[in-house]
Design a protein around this ligand. Structure first.
Ligand code: MEV
Length: 436
């Protein structure tokens, strides 16, 4: 049984590691070496990473890959992707090439609205509260003007404030529901600061007003927080081309491929078990770009899946259909992301990734992310309805298996050649290595 420790965060990095190694690794020196071998040699750079979170003891690497040849609205982009799954970047690059030859990806922004709420308990008359909130809304906006001034200068700010009566769902429960435009920032800090300030003022104004009884004045602010559900902050991406221009796939005519593809997406629309995996494929592309650009993938994930269930049943985020003689495939994604603030200027690889993308605005980055999701979904469903997913997936996984089996360079070369025409599996690779 380990001994609890107090004041851990005040220990130096070395002391923290020593404590962990003594408590959990039986003083094994390799446990410390593994951590220190991932420290950056440049002390300043390491210090920067140390400061991102509390109790940093090392750096956790993810590969940063790039997928070239993305034609988005006529502009060619190379997209940075940070992800551990072997086949994702290859699939993105393949889909980019495929659609690059068929007119490219098109995108648009459907909305940019962010949301925040003050949740509170009020025991009095709802109509009285409603007219009071309408009356004091201009004062709220005035009260937070020191927080909103810069955002307003950049073209954003608070765009709406309304009282929502939630007493049918929970006794005495009300919300101030606010909408925001946060321009190029994700806006979490801005929104939360506004909400907390407004919550305090709400309490103050009710307290001071004689129209409320002493009981009504006792409002309780339960919490003030942004919502990661952003159904009006949407990027749409789509591809379409005449069925004649699709590639004929193994054993399928162009039309049969288009029809089978549409059927597969329809299954994801109506069947939650399939929908979750289908959407996971989309998020392979989305998260990889969200992480490479220093954005909050947990916020994006939470919001996206809530959106996928907005009709009461979890379904596909993408749609495929045939219109006349055209194959159409599209994706709408709620994306609360930013290109300023957060890690965007701080993390050297994030800064680099942003530069690679031409330092996009948040609106532009939302569209790029939606394209990455659509491309990934196309690649996955295309494989699923033709060769099956394992062929490509295991090919990409081959190097991981070879590394796990400690293959040397010459064995790797031979294995890569051999498995061009043979199915990859762990045991097949093991047998092959024994035979060479
Ligand atoms: C694997 O990471 C993602 C897929 O399962 C997505 C899908 O099934 O559509 C291949």
């Amino acid at each position: 049984m380990q001994t609890p420790i107090s004041g851990f965060s005040r220990l130096s990095k070395e002391e923290k590691i020593d404590w962990i190694v003594s408590q959990y690794f039986n003083q094994k020196p390799e446990a410390k070496d593994t951590l220190t071998s991932y420290w950056n040699q440049d002390e300043k750079r390491q210090a920067l990473h140390d400061d991102f979170i509390e109790n940093t003891i090392s750096n956790y690497y993810l590969p940063l890959g790039v997928a070239p040849n993305f034609n988005i609205n006529g502009e060619l982009l190379t997209i940075p992707m940070a992800i551990e799954e072997s086949s994702v970047v290859a699939a993105a690059a393949k889909a980019a090439k495929y659609w690059g030859e068929r007119g490219g990806f098109k995108t648009e922004i459907i909305g940019e609205e962010k949301i925040g709420q003050v949740h509170f308990i009020y025991t009095g008359d709802a109509a009285k509260l409603g007219s009071f909130i309408t009356e004091i809304t201009p004062r709220f906006l005035e009260d937070v003007s020191d927080i909103t001034a810069n955002m307003i200068k950049r073209g954003g700010g608070i765009t709406g404030l309304e009282l929502r009566d939630k007493t049918a769902e929970m006794q005495d429960y009300f919300q101030l529901h606010l909408t925001f435009h946060t321009v190029d920032s994700m806006g979490a800090n801005f929104i939360n600061s506004c909400l907390e300030a407004i919550a305090k003022r709400l309490q103050h104004y009710i307290n001071q007003d004689d129209r409320f009884t002493s009981e009504e004045k006792e409002i309780e602010i339960v919490m003030s927080i942004l919502s990661n559900y952003v159904p009006n902050c949407i990027a749409k991406a789509w591809v379409r081309c005449p069925i004649e221009e699709l590639e004929a796939e193994e054993g399928l005519s162009k039309r049969a491929f288009a029809e089978k593809f549409v059927r597969a997406v329809n299954i994801a629309q109506l069947e939650p078990y399939r929908a979750v995996t289908h959407n996971k494929g989309i998020m392979n592309g989305v998260d990889a770009v969200v992480i490479a650009t220093g954005n909050d993938f947990r916020a994006v994930e939470a919001g996206v899946h809530a959106y996928a269930a907005r009709q009461g049943q979890y379904g596909s985020l993408s749609k495929a259909f045939i219109e006349g003689d055209e194959f159409c495939f599209e994706l709408e994604l709620p994306l609360a992301i930013g290109t300023v603030g957060g890690l965007t200027k701080l993390h050297p690889l994030v800064k680099w990734s942003m530069e690679l993308l031409g330092n996009p605005s948040a609106k532009e980055l939302m569209q790029i992310i939606a394209v990455a999701g659509l491309a990934q979904n196309f690649a996955a469903v295309r494989s699923l309805v033709t060769s099956g997913i394992q062929k490509g997936h295991m090919k990409m996984h081959l190097l991981n298996i070879l590394n796990q089996l400690n293959a040397n360079d010459s064995q790797k070369e031979k294995a890569i050649e051999h498995f061009k025409t043979t199915a990859v599996s762990y045991s097949a690779v093991e047998n092959f290595l024994q035979s060479v």
